[in-house]
Design a protein around this ligand. Structure first.
Ligand SMILES: Nc1nc2c(ncn2[C@@H]2O[C@H](COP(=O)(O)OP(=O)(O)OP(=O)(O)O)[C@@H](O)[C@H]2O)c(=O)[nH]1
Ligand SMILES: [Mg+2]
Length: 422
């Protein structure tokens, strides 16, 4: 196995953030670097009023970064904030030649590239990578001109850069049209699906989406304590109990600071989510930053035009909480507590989803022909009966119930709008 790439990570504490928040973000970045196959050997952070437009961190601080990077013999330095093309160039000038300068987005793209399996995901990732690379193409960055490196004459390098840019631009156009075709096919496939309701599992990476997917569908999907284990969405038919079925879709995870040019190509992946009848927003309630994860998720869903009314928050990993007591959600939002790992709360979860999909309990009226004694028998055993009336040929019944319960007893065909004859 190749040795893990030694990496130094750098954070920035501004007036808008706090040290503890930045430390948390660096923890996550360390996790991202690890997932991408690197190893973080040290982390540094600078406190300053606001970012330096030229080099993100201050130039004096950058000298220290250079010195430490050299002493630790790192191969790359990763900044937790987005770096512009000119910032990368300026930072490059300060750091030793052989060290790669990356930002969080580049690391995420790298993980995506490692994880993409389907043709669609691979195409999306390559497109995102090229879009990211194009404005940042410098002599050190260009993969294509790296072979031509060492020549050392500026003119030749510049020409090579122009060629690279043209190759990339052409490739981007090709990938875009390829994706358009793949997406059209998928849209057609989706249309052809039966009209059983669709549930989409979304949430911060590592929240446990695939674990829940697996528990509900008994499917063999990859569950890993790694970030972005799932990149390709998958769909399975699941049983919600009481004879109610749904399609469940597992999707790619969210992460903070996922830049927009990255999200755009993944929009189609997440479109599955925005098209769903109900979006299940899974949150790892045992994570110290769960509230921020929840916010990032809600924001991403907002950007996808998913309104709050179609979202059900699910609090996962309650087995790791003291007393298994789920936290209270901000704004009094309702959340369904579960443990996907142990299976606790799953039947309540199923019931909760059923009532979200099929309507909360309310007074419903049934009108059942007496010539159907089985249905009559079913109906009179239902709880919460408010009124019962036998006519010549019908039993009329008012009950406090939900659609799911009525369907489960095979009584859905006998629903009528009101007690009185219309
Ligand atoms: N203790 C505990 N761990 C859980 C629970 N659910 C999931 N996990 C663990 O959390 C880790 C991530 O689970 P996944 O199901 O892969 O998470 P995911 O949301 O699909 O992650 P990505 O695909 O990377 O976005 C794994 O190590 C799981 O075993 C739970 O209820 N309790
Ligand atoms: Mg997953």
């Amino acid at each position: 196995m190749a040795a893990r790439e030694a990496t130094l990570i750098v954070g920035l504490i501004t007036a808008d953030t706090s040290r503890s928040l930045v430390e948390e973000h660096l923890d996550e970045l360390e996790n991202l670097v690890d997932t991408a196959g690197g190893i973080v050997v040290d982390r540094l952070s600078q406190e300053r009023e606001k970012p330096d437009p030229a080099t993100l961190v201050g130039s004096g601080f950058l000298d220290r970064v250079a010195e430490i990077a050299e002493n630790l013999e790192v191969q790359s330095v990763v900044f937790d904030e987005d770096l512009s093309a000119s910032q990368i160039r300026n930072i490059e000038k300060k750091l030793p030649e052989n060290i790669k300068i990356l930002d969080r987005a580049a690391v995420i793209l790298d993980i995506f590239a490692l994880r993409a399996r389907s043709r669609e995901a691979q195409t999306q990732v390559e497109l995102a990578q090229l879009n990211y690379l194009l404005p940042r193409l410098t002599r050190r960055w260009s993969h294509l001109s790296r072979q031509a490196g060492g020549i050392g004459t500026r003119g030749v390098g510049e020409t090579q850069l122009e060629i690279d840019r043209r190759i990339i631009t052409r490739r981007i156009a090709l990938l875009k049209s390829k994706l358009a075709v793949i997406e059209r096919d998928r849209r057609l496939r989706r249309k052809r699906r039966s009209d059983i309701p669709t549930l989409a599992l979304v949430g911060y990476t590592n929240a446990g989406k695939s674990s829940l997917f697996r528990r509900l569908s008994r499917a063999d999907v990859l569950v890993e304590d790694r970030l972005f284990a799932t990149l390709d969405p998958r769909t399975r038919r699941i049983d919600l109990g009481h004879n109610i079925a749904a399609l469940l879709v597992d999707t790619v995870g969210f992460v903070r600071k996922l830049p927009h040019h990255l999200v755009a190509p993944f929009r189609s992946t997440l479109e599955e989510a925005s098209d769903a009848d109900l979006v299940l927003h899974l949150v790892d309630a045992s994570h110290p930053a769960w509230e921020e994860h929840l916010r990032v998720g809600q924001k991403t869903l907002e950007n996808l035009d998913v309104d709050r009314g179609r979202v059900q928050i699910v609090l996962n990993k309650v087995d790791r909480l003291p007393g298994r007591r789920p936290p209270r959600l901000p704004g009094g939002l309702p959340g369904l507590p579960i443990s996907a790992l142990e299976g606790t709360g799953i039947s309540e979860f199923r019931a909760g989803i059923r009532s979200r999909l099929l309507g909360a309990p309310e007074v419903r009226v049934l009108r059942i022909p007496l010539e159907n004694p089985e249905a009559v028998q079913q109906a009179i055993t239902l709880p919460h009966q408010l009124a019962r009336h036998f006519e010549d040929e019908f039993l009329r019944l008012a009950i406090y119930s939900d659609e799911a319960q009525i369907a489960a007893h095979g009584l859905a065909p006998y629903r009528v709008a009101r007690w009185e004859e219309e």
